[in-house]
Write a protein that binds this ligand. Structure first.
Ligand code: COA
Length: 275
C-alpha cells in the first residue's frame, strides 16, 4: 500500500489492483515525478501473485489531463535537449511497460482525459469510461501536434475521418461518443463505472493467466503483421504459452471432452483444478 501523498497510489482488493494517478489538484497531469513513480509501481506489482487484473484510473475529477505543461514541457525545454529527452523516455517507458504488461489491464476513465493521457489509455487492454467523462486531443489548441505516440493512438483506435477530425479540431467528446468512436469499450454512468469495471475484471480473473498474457500480446502484435507472419507468430505464441503452462490446455480439453463439466463456448474451464 502506498502513502496517500504519493502521486501514484494503489490498493489490491479481491485480486484487482486499483492504480490511481493521484495529483487531483492538477487534474492528474503527468509530470516527471508521476512518470517515475508510475514506472516504479508498475514494476513492483507486475509479477506479484496476489492480483490478476490491473485497473488504471484517476483520483478526483480527472483520469488525466495529459502531460504537465509546466513540468513536462516548459521546464525541461528551458533546461535543454537532454532534459527533454529524459522526460520523454520516462513517460514513454511506463506506457510501453503497460502496453506489454504481464497482467491484463483496464483503463477506467472517470473524468478528464486529454492529449498524453491517450498513451496510457491505449496501453491498457480494455477501457471503460463514465458517460460524463470528457476526452480531447487538446494539443492543437495550445500549439503542438499530438506527439508522444498520441497521433498513432488516434489512428490505431479511430477510423481515419474521426481521427483526423479529433486531431484537427481539438473539440471534446463525452464518454458516450468515445464509446461510439471505439476509444473505449463502453461508457456507463459514473455512478456505475467501478461496478462495471469490477464485473469485467472478474471475468478475466476466471481465465488462465498464462493464456491471457499470450492472447493480449498476440492481439497487439498481429495488428501490424501480414497474414502469413501473423499465422506463424501465433503458432509460436501458442507453443510458448504451452511451455509456460503445459497443463492448462490439456485440463481445458479434459473437463469438456471427458468430464463434460463445462462448455467452452459458454464459459471458462475451472482453472483451480488439475486433472
Ligand atoms: N498541465 C499542467 N497543469 C495542469 C494541466 C496540465 N495538463 N491540467 C490542469 N492543470 C492545472 C491547472 O493549471 C490548475 O493549476 P492551479 O490550480 O495551480 O492554477 C489545476 O490543474 C486545475 O486546473 P483547472 O484548469 O482550474 O481545472 P478545471 O477542472 O477547470 O479544467 C481541464 C480541467 C483539464 C479542462 C483544464 O485544466 C485543461 O484544459 N488542462 C489542460 C489539458 C491539456 O491540454 N492537456 C494536454 C496536454 S498534452
Amino acid at each position: 500500500m502506498s502513502a496517500s501523498s504519493d502521486v501514484v497510489t494503489y490498493e489490491i482488493e479481491n485480486r484487482i489492483a486499483w492504480v490511481r494517478f493521484n495529483r487531483p489538484e492538477k487534474r492528474n497531469a503527468m509530470n516527471p515525478a508521476l512518470n517515475r513513480r508510475m514506472m516504479q509501481v508498475l514494476q513492483e506489482l507486475e509479477f506479484r501473485d496476489d492480483f490478476g487484473v490491473l485497473v488504471l484510473t484517476g483520483a478526483g475529477t480527472a483520469f488525466s489531463a495529459g502531460m504537465d505543461l509546466q513540468e513536462y514541457f516548459r521546464e525541461p525545454e528551458a533546461q535543454g535537449l537532454g532534459a527533454v529527452r529524459q522526460a520523454q523516455a520516462e513517460a514513454y517507458g511506463w506506457w510501453r511497460k503497460l502496453r506489454w504488461y504481464q497482467k491484463p489491464t483496464i483503463a477506467m476513465v472517470n473524468g478528464w482525459c486529454f492529449g498524453g493521457a491517450y498513451g496510457p489509455l491505449f496501453a491498457c487492454d480494455l477501457a471503460f469510461a463514465a458517460e460524463e467523462a470528457t476526452f480531447g486531443l487538446s494539443e492543437i489548441n495550445w500549439g503542438v501536434i499530438p506527439g508522444g505516440g498520441v497521433a498513432k493512438v488516434a489512428v490505431a483506435l479511430l477510423g481515419f475521418r474521426d481521427a483526423m477530425y479529433h486531431v484537427l479540431t481539438g473539440e471534446t467528446i463525452d464518454g458516450r461518443k468515445a464509446a461510439e468512436w471505439r476509444i473505449v469499450n463502453e461508457a456507463v454512468p459514473l455512478a456505475r463505472l467501478k461496478e462495471r469495471v469490477t464485473e469485467v475484471a472478474e471475468v478475466l480473473l476466471r481465465k488462465n493467466p498464462v493464456v491471457l498474457k499470450a492472447a493480449k500480446d498476440a492481439v497487439r502484435r498481429v495488428r501490424e503483421m501480414t497474414y502469413d507472419n501473423a499465422e506463424d507468430y501465433l503458432v509460436r505464441a501458442q507453443e510458448a504459452a504451452a511451455f509456460l503452462d503445459s497443463e492448462g490446455r490439456r485440463e481445458g480439453l479434459r473437463q469438456f471432452l471427458d468430464e463434460k463439466s463445462y462448455r467452452p463456448g459458454l464459459g471458462p474451464y475451472d482453472t483451480a483444478r488439475k486433472g
